[in-house]
Write a protein that binds this ligand. Sequence first.
Ligand SMILES: N[C@@H](CCC[C@H](N)C(=O)O)C(=O)O
Length: 262
Amino acid sequence: MKLNFYKYQGTGNDFIMVDNRTPVLSKNDTKLIKFLCDRKFGIGADGLILLEKPENSRDDFKMVYFNADGNESSMCGNGGRCLVAFAKFLGIISEKAAFTAIDGFHEAVIEDGKVGLKMMDVKGISAVGNAFFLNTGSPHHVIFSEGVEQTDVKREGAAIRYSTQYESKGGTNVNFSSFLGASTFKVRTYERGVEDETLSCGTGVTAVAVAAHYSGKTASNKVNLETPGGELSVSFTPEGDKYTNVWLTGPAQQVFKGEITC
Ligand SMILES: N[C@@H](CCC[C@H](N)C(=O)O)C(=O)O
């Protein structure tokens, strides 16, 4: 078959977008999705996202996310932001969006060339030794340390992702973060389902921002995150040990479109 697709990136986290409002791609075709995401044999991406018809009158569309390994997974923050830009390109929305993903309802706003995405409320943050574990739509282990430029993210991230403590939870994403000053943190992320470092992870920087505030590393409710692929910001309202009104903001761009025989 011939499949029409679009390629997007948000701070270097890259995604294949497929307009599946009229079904063209089966969600169960793990082998095909893995092939499409393959950087040598396919198109190449960290993940693939289907834009589908909304399931209720409140929403503009539905998001279905797959990791590069071909499996449907939990929420993707950068992917959600890119999907909002794709929905605007398709003429489904103008500056505001409402959609449902695997972790529930999301709102989004396009402003000054950036896409802001409201993330789920964050609660149940737990300390794991000197690190933190929290769910921002996807599971994240967060380690704060100096000089993350020197960290072997693939090796150290994989060791934690496959450790017995996370085995029964389906694994985790792993973030390494250094404080740079003035509410700014550097972040490098090992992503589950890509099984490598990606240039940026939206739910990952959200986890770092919330964990930084929760642990007193910043008192600010707006945190800047520098990833290898670019800059993101996360704002939130702390309510006891819960974080509401969590917004992830940054660029999201179409890179190219194409047709692939598969
Ligand atoms: N890149 C994403 C996270 C995607 C999900 C993750 N790989 C997982 O399986 O948990 C983001 O921007 O949030």
